[in-house]
Design a protein around this ligand. Structure first.
Ligand SMILES: NC(=O)c1ccc[n+]([C@@H]2O[C@H](COP(=O)([O-])OP(=O)(O)OC[C@H]3O[C@@H](n4cnc5c(N)ncnc54)[C@H](OP(=O)(O)O)[C@@H]3O)[C@@H](O)[C@H]2O)c1
Length: 335
């Protein structure tokens, strides 16, 4: 696969990132089974053999089991650690039952206190079995964030050699600017949900100055901030969880959702045939065509689908194809 130089932080990686969210099996406390381990190793074999050189984790994925099984894979493949970039995230905390520490119990919450960030990174390093994490992302914005606490944690982690560089996920421009105003090294990445079923992040700019309600999109400004400040944009759920490439729609989808997704799927299929590539390559090619550029974080654990996704590296969609996909995905033409 082609190598790509990030604007900040000195990283050189493939344009596809392998997302490890599902490789730990279940999201409960049950231990990793042999079957889960076998499937995880097969998925990682497929990603490594395809040439992918960057892997995305989070402390919460499968309650830490995704990192643990990845750590086992690294131990079985000596030398691999030095050839890949390891990224993980922290800050989301699971609900907790009432206890002495939490007399009322605790809901899902976000936590960027210095202590929590440091504690989380120690857990990540121990589960992965590595001394250094290349990139740490703050998983979701915390309403109670105190940027100086984040800066203190980042300083410690950097000076102790535990983390190489820092970024965020699901953050707006203003939230990134606030953090950038107090941390020493600039943020190097922001991971957002982007796909043909969730295209607003790449398209909202076309709605600026529009009054017709159908054109108005969720206001966002992360894209421009990232481009201006060299923050590497990454796309999570870039395959739209398979719903544009053959996966059956959920029963609770509205007729409108099903009809829209069916139209996009048909167009994707036609373009795939015209380009002589897989449908996954078109769905991801739509993201890769953006000049920001944006790196898709693919989460399929199926080896054939991983191979199909990797073909996106060779696709170059035309401007006309790109906008046609947007038009069909949004169910309306551009203003
Ligand atoms: N930062 C964040 O807030 C955030 C949130 C969510 C995810 N992420 C990251 O993004 C990565 C990707 O996310 P994702 O897994 O939600 O998205 P995805 O890559 O869009 O979709 C992968 C999922 O769709 C299924 N799938 C794909 N094609 C299919 C088909 N034709 N038929 C049936 N199933 C199909 C896969 O199942 P198979 O495994 O069977 O192929 C897998 O469960 C994660 O691993 C994680 O690293 C980040």
């Amino acid at each position: 696969m082609k190598q790509y130089q990030w604007p900040n932080g000195g990283m050189q990686t493939t344009r596809l990132i392998y997302g490890c969210m599902k490789i730990g099996g279940s999201w409960d406390e049950t231990p990793i089974t042999d079957d889960v381990r076998r499937k995880a190793f097969a998925a990682l074999d497929a990603a490594v053999d395809a040439g992918i050189t960057i892997f995305d984790h989070a402390d919460i994925y499968c309650r830490g089991k995704s990192e643990t099984v990845f750590g086992e894979y690294l131990r079985e493949h000596p030398g691999l650690r030095d050839r890949i970039v390891l990224q993980s995230k922290c800050g989301i905390r699971f609900p907790q039952e009432p206890s002495d520490a939490y007399p009322y119990g605790a809901p899902v919450r976000y936590d960027y206190s210095c202590d929590h960030i440091l504690w989380s990174v120690d857990g990540i390093l121990s589960r992965l079995g590595v001394d250094t994490l290349d990139i740490l992302l703050l998983h979701r914005p915390d309403s109670l964030v105190e940027p100086e606490e984040v800066a203190r944690a980042f300083d410690r982690l950097k000076s102790e050699g535990k983390v190489g560089a820092f970024g965020v996920s699901n953050h707006s421009a203003a939230q990134m600017a606030l953090l950038d105003s107090v941390i020493d090294d600039p943020l190097i990445a922001n991971q957002m949900q982007i796909s043909l079923m969730h295209p607003d992040m790449l398209v909202y700019g076309t709605a600026v100055n529009q009054r017709r309600p159908e054109h108005v999109m969720r206001p966002a400004d992360s894209l421009e901030y990232c481009r201006q400040h060299g923050v590497q944009l990454q796309a999570w759920s870039p395959l739209a969880k398979g719903y544009l490439t053959g996966r059956e729609f959920p029963e609770n989808w509205s007729d409108d959702q099903k009809s829209r997704a069916t139209k996009v799927s048909r167009l994707v299929e036609r373009m795939a045939s015209d380009h002589g590539v897989s449908r996954e390559a078109i769905v991801l090619g739509w993201i890769l065509r953006h000049p920001a550029p944006v790196l898709p974080v693919i989460g399929t654990t199926d080896k054939d689908r991983i191979a199909a996704a990797v073909a996106a590296d060779t696709v170059q969609l035309s401007r006309e194809e790109w906008y046609l996909l947007v038009e069909v995905a949004r169910g309306m033409s551009m203003p």
